[in-house]
Ligand binder design. Structure first.
Ligand SMILES: CCCCCCCCCCCCC[C@@H](O)CC(=O)SCCNC(=O)CCNC(=O)[C@H](O)C(C)(C)COP(=O)(O)OP(=O)(O)OC[C@H]1O[C@@H](n2cnc3c(N)ncnc32)[C@H](O)[C@@H]1OP(=O)(O)O
Length: 244
């Protein structure tokens, strides 16, 4: 017991020293703690709002509209994470975080929020539930980790649940974009046809098709990144990361 406490003490001292070496001072740690607590709370509020809606209405129809404002706020707020990486506050690739955050923001603003006709699709509920479970686990992991009081099951959940949740989330997102295609084609939304005064043509329908195809090379990169993180954190493997 004493030895595990000593080990814990030594580990947190080492982490503290590493943070100092990386220049993560008290102000930065306080900001990250505030950010992670706020995000955990935000996603918990979303989880409770979704459960309450379903229990009261007994259907998923209307669920997106009822939580849209909170979802847009907290998912957009996650853009700050790209800034955290860019200024070196956290040791994560700007590219990996940028792809993850921008794809989520795109899903929220330019797909689900823009196309009313798809908001009641089951696939929307699928990615909403998956994102919510993921983010409650992820932000609470960061918070407890920063406070040096990390329960093992949260650490395990952070680096294990994604094995199922990531493919499910991707399935929900792709099915949602797919169901949006006919409406986008019919309405011509966000598209510019020639001739126009800018002499530029843009077809949002094909843009969505390209985005769907881009999941093929990009999703495995994110998934394998998480598998590497899992091996490092849960099994203590030393991973040599390439700098951006
Ligand atoms: C404009 C149109 C773009 C269209 C692009 C289309 C392409 C789309 C392909 C992508 C598909 C994505 C689909 C996705 O949206 C579906 C889902 O998310 S489903 C749900 C399951 N998902 C997940 O589990 C992933 C969740 N996301 C993440 O985990 C991160 O965003 C990710 C960047 C992927 C990985 O995180 P990270 O590299 O940061 O790993 P770690 O969490 O292990 O952290 C590394 C170290 O940094 C410290 N850290 C990170 N963040 C914080 C923080 N906020 N506060 C404090 N510390 C932080 C962390 O503790 C680690 O430090 P240490 O090594 O010292 O322990």
């Amino acid at each position: 017991m004493a030895s595990s406490e000593e080990d814990g003490g030594a580990a947190s001292e080492e982490k503290e020293n590493n943070n100092k070496k990386r220049g993560k001072g008290t102000v930065a740690t306080a900001w990250l703690a505030f950010y992670n607590i706020a995000m955990t709370a935000g996603w918990l509020v979303l989880a409770m709002a979704m459960m309450r809606f379903y229990m009261q209405k007994g259907t998923h129809k209307g669920l997106y509209r009822s939580i849209a404002r909170t979802l847009k706020f907290f998912q957009t707020f996650a853009l700050i994470e790209v800034g955290h990486c860019a200024i070196g506050l956290i040791r994560t690739s700007v590219i990996v975080t940028g792809v993850q955050v921008s794809s989520r923001i795109f899903m929220v603003w330019f797909v689900t929020n823009s196309i009313r006709q798809i908001q009641n699709e089951e696939s929307v509920v699928l990615f909403l539930v998956v994102w919510t479970l993921t983010e409650i686990t992820r932000y609470s992991y960061y918070t407890f980790n920063l406070l040096h009081h990390l329960p093992y099951f949260i650490k395990w959940a952070r680096y294990t649940l994604f094995i199922i949740l990531y493919p499910l989330g991707v399935a929900g997102e792709l099915l949602t974009i797919y169901s949006a295609l006919p409406f986008v084609r019919r309405s011509g939304m966000y598209s510019m046809r020639l001739p126009n005064k800018y002499n530029v043509s843009f077809d949002y329908y094909y843009c969505l098709v390209v985005i769907m195809l881009s999941y093929i090379p990009l999703f495995p990169q994110l998934f394998f990144h998480m598998l590497r993180q899992r091996r490092r954190v849960l099994h203590g493997e030393v991973i040599v990361e390439k700098d951006d």
